[in-house]
Every structure is written in structure tokens, then in C-alpha cells.
Design a protein. Sequence first.
Length: 263
Amino acid sequence: MLKKYAWVVKLAFTALLATQLAMLVNTRVEAKLGAIQVVDVDHVKVAQAAAFTSISEYDPILEKNVFNSDYVWVKSDGPSSTESRPEDYELLGTVAWNDTFSMAIIRSRTANKDDVYRVNDPLGDDAEVKDIERKRVTIERDDGRIEVLELPEAVLPLQMASNSPMFERGVDVGEGGIKKVGDGAYVVDKGVIEDAFSNWGNVMRGARIVPHFDRGKISGFKVKRIKSNSIYKKLGMEDGDIIHRINGKEITGPDDAFQLMAE
């Protein structure tokens, strides 16, 4: 009889052992959980929600300027309202490259004289060239005023000296006033040059001229994008040609070219 119900006894014993083991594990887990701080979840949610405040609630602080703060404005790309246009100078042309090679031809109306200027060069007795851009030059007066010279669409004629040694009359230059006398060498009638440079705007727009560098130094100027009706085309120049010298003088910088043309 005992052997017949032995499996029942084993099952009951196993169930009892499992129950005791479960109670032991439960007791241990409760002991561990008791050391953990209970957090009020609803309270945390309310606190986090309160941290996000509408920016409009700070308007009274900004309006009253309670911190006595100053506004800092970022300079825009456009002209400032404090900039003015000087009456005593006129911009005739620019070569915008960088602060080292950028050049500008500026006419002094009071002295009736044209000259070539670079960045940081003094302009007259009370001004300095601060920046040279394409068709725009910024100058600063001694009193701190900022003035801007801009190149108009129609540039006033630039008068050339009648005693210029660059292009002498009396040379048979052929039809059109231009004669090729060698490989890359031309003789140009002075009248052709005077006509071409009577409007600096047309000269500047006739082609794109950029410095040509040889071993890190300027060795002439490369002519690109030549227009069909420009002085460069009349000289037989093609895109990519390099001007190394004018009237036998080496061109080592923009000022050399401008000075030769203005002499």
C-alpha cells in the first residue's frame, strides 16, 4: 500500500520544498527593495513640466532692460547707414585680389590728379584706404568716419598726358592704328590708346586680367574672357595670353600696369 502511493508523497514533498524556497526568495527580494528610495512619479512629471517656461514671460525683463545690457549688432554685407559718399574723390577702377595685390585708381577732384592705391595707403591728408573690392573702395577719415567710393556704370573719361613717352606719333602703324612688329610685340598709335582709355569702365570690362605668377612672384598679367570689341582684341590677344612688359618695362605688379597707362 505504501509503495503504491509513494509518488504522492514525493509530489507533496516537492511542492512543500518549492513553496519554502519561493518564500525565502521573496523575503530576500523585499529586503533589497526596501533600501531603494521610492520616488513620486507624478511629482517628478510636474516638476519637469514647470521647467519649460514660455519665452514671452521674459518680455518685461527685456522691455525694462533691468540688466542694463547693450545690444551687439553683427555687421551686414550691405552698406551701413553711417557710410557716406565722399565728394572730393572719385573711383575710376579696381583690381580686386587680396590685400597685397588689390589696387584702385582714385581721382582727387581737388587736386585733379589720378593715382594708384593699395589697402592701408594714405589718401590725401585725412584719409586711408581700408578695403578694395570689385567696383567698391572703403576709406576711413582721421575722425573715424567711414566713406565708400563706388564705380559708376559710366566712368568719366581719364585724360592721358599729351607728352606720354609710351606711344609716339609718326610711326606707320597701318590700318586701325595697331601694327604687329614681332612675335608678341605691337606698335600702337597713341590716338588708339587715348580713345580706348577715355573710358576706364570699358577697359576694365573688356577682359578679365589676373596676375601671372612665376616661382611665387608676379611675372606679368594673364588676360582671359576677351570681348570682341575691346582694346585687347584689337591687339590680337587671345584668351590665356600673358602681358610681360609694356614699352619695354617689366610688369611686376598691378601698380606698374596702372602707372604706365596713366603716365
